[in-house]
Write a protein that binds this ligand. Structure first.
Ligand SMILES: [Zn+2]
Length: 321
């Protein structure tokens, strides 16, 4: 925008000094703009460190829910993005979610199976944390250790497990994900990447919700709480799983879905509600072999210093010198 203004100022100045064809010049300036845009499009960043890398979908906790042709690319975070993220309020889960989404909005590119461009909103909500960590690991390639102290259950040795979404030369991947529950396996449809339930002659397709849908439902809950209305928790729990791969829904759409939900018969409600209870996917915790006895030690996924610490270098004097 600033360049356009400068060019326009230059153009005005130039017009004052010449009797040339103004339209022709405007045309030239607009062509220069177009060229610049094309160059920017091709080389969005000056540094090689900011190249986009393909994410192996099989490495994501919810990889099995992306259709053939879905692609996620990520790049490392820039300083101003790290700054914006690091003011997150650790005690406020909505703020943590919002700040993570902002980071994804900048550092993620998505290609949809139909060839169109998507966005971070098309990513499954349950993969958010894994991708934030992948961006973190790209940003601090020389290793910014964030680790959790544990004690081995077998030999009582005390050590720490680093948070690693991907392996590097020094550390293996330490993240673990939830497995598909045994009773859900027979409902999985590998071509549509959904769970399919035939109820009363119809088919209900379920898939873990996208970030886009969850953002809209969070907003809806926030609004209802502010208006002192009681959100329909049962509806809010089940319905996002039925909006397969969608990233948006209107207020009217939500109202229509709520009406539909209230009209389910007992069988439909019980099956869908149970299915959603079983659809716990995403990051589960950390694991690493005890350096003393070699047994695998597990711990949960909470951050010792809160979510704000993810992009803060704990040892900047050593790291940057
Ligand atoms: Zn041990």
């Amino acid at each position: 925008m600033e360049d356009k203004k400068q060019n326009d100022d230059y153009l005005k100045q130039f017009i004052g000094e010449t009797t040339g064809n103004i339209d022709e010049m405007k045309q030239e300036v607009s062509e220069i703009h177009k060229d610049l845009e094309e160059i920017n499009e091709k080389m969005p960043f000056n540094s090689n460190n900011l190249d986009y890398l393909n994410v192996d979908l099989n490495s994501l906790p919810l990889g099995m829910f992306y259709k053939q042709g879905f692609k996620i690319k990520i790049r490392s975070a820039k300083v101003h993005e790290v700054q914006a993220y690091s003011v997150v309020d650790d005690k406020n889960l909505l703020d943590v979610t919002e700040k993570m989404n902002q980071l994804l909005a900048s550092c993620v590119k998505v290609d949809l199976p139909n060839g169109q461009k998507g966005s971070y909103k098309d990513i499954k909500d349950g993969d958010r944390l894994q991708i934030v960590f992948m961006i973190r690991e790209l940003t601090f390639q020389s290793g910014n250790s964030l680790a959790k102290d544990v004690q081995c259950d077998y030999c009582s040795h005390e050590f720490s497990i680093p948070f690693r979404a991907t392996a590097n030369s020094k550390t293996p991947k330490t993240f673990t994900s939830f497995d598909m529950p045994e009773e859900m396996k027979k409902f999985y449809n590998p071509s549509d990447r959904t769970f399919d339930f035939e109820i009363n002659g119809g088919v209900f397709k379920l898939s873990p919700p996208t970030i886009g849908i969850q953002e809209i439902f969070y907003e809806d809950i926030k609004m209802k709480v502010e208006q002192k209305k009681t959100p329909n928790v049962s509806f809010l729990k089940v319905i996002p799983f039925l909006l397969v791969d969608r990233v948006t829904i209107t207020k009217e759409g939500i109202a229509a879905k709520e009406k539909e939900f209230k009209n389910y018969d007992m069988k439909t409600f019980q099956i869908l509600n149970h299915a959603v209870d079983k659809m716990v996917f995403g990051l589960k915790g950390l694991k690493m072999k005890c350096p003393e006895c070699g047994q695998e030690v597990h711990t949960d996924m909470t951050f010792p210093d809160g979510a704000s610490s993810l992009f803060i270098v704990s040892n900047p004097f050593d790291y940057f010198t």
